[in-house]
Design a protein around this ligand. Sequence first.
Ligand code: ZN
Length: 363
Amino acid sequence: MVGAAILLAGCASTPTIPEETISSPPVMIGENAALNWTDTNLVKKIPVVGPLKPAAPTVRTNPPPTAPPAAPVMTWTSLDRWAAENKIGPLHLIARTPVAAYAIGTANGTMVLDIGSREASWNGMEINLGFAPEFIDDQVFVHRADLRDAIVPLLFGPPLTFGNRVIVIDPGHGGSNVGTRSVLDGRFEKEFTLDWAKRLAPLLETNGWKVFLTRTSDVTVSNLDRVVFAEAHHADLFISLHFNSGAPDKKAAGLETYCLTPAGMPSTITRGWPDIWSQVFPNNAFDAQNLQLAVRVHSALLRAAGLEDRGVCHSRFDTVLRGQNRPAILIEGGFMSNPHEARLIESPEFRQKLAQAVANALR
Ligand SMILES: [Zn+2]
């Protein structure tokens, strides 16, 4: 659990799309201009707001592809036309009810978009878009931010590379920051995140990773210090481990994996924190790789844990993610407020499965 607000965690929230965005017809001006999806001009114009001094993002690993497909510069884009221009092949209507669903694929995988829903799927797992696709004049329109930061990176992204294989694993909470607690017996989240990390570290080391843990005992570590720690150890990747809570609700269940919300789109979940779309953080330089890392790890966890898929989500309130100069994700490995999942989380065998899944994802 991250953040102080005791609100139901999950990806089911539906932020309002500003009226000027959804009421405007697709902008045709500049349609033929090529958009480099790694272009950060848009975000550079916006002042950085946040607790961390914006360091110049240093891309040490996972460089973007040299020749990404062109995407038109417009707020809403006809995905049909964009797919044709990039020789992907037509979108396929795969369902008419309860909502129309369209599939688009490359050798990387298949994305299914539901008209009117921000929940999409990538190779069968749930991912959350910033904006619900629209169906206008017999064509599927997607928001430019989703095209740039989700669709293109997944359909065309090069395989994720791991640089020098230096990873920082961050067991959530610790010391006076206890995290959430088990509905069964009141044991704290901080105990189980640390155990998960200690199980994961040797598995990663066996696979050639140099592993650093932000804490190896029950001590308090600030979120900012966790970011500084990753920077000091020149980490190529950062993964924060947590367990979730929907208290007092006992039914909320499943796995969530978070990455930082790309600039210009609403977060999947805000937990009551202000969600300022224009905010840009150092980690936004890694939007594409964050999503690639998240889907890779989330997929492995779903297979291993057998829990409900609550999706790959975007958030802005996770301070351990915002300042990272490397691909970074945060995993919520089940709900300690759910009796069934709390029992699993308290079982060493289940935590070993979670550790093995993360290690397998990073082979
Ligand atoms: Zn937590």
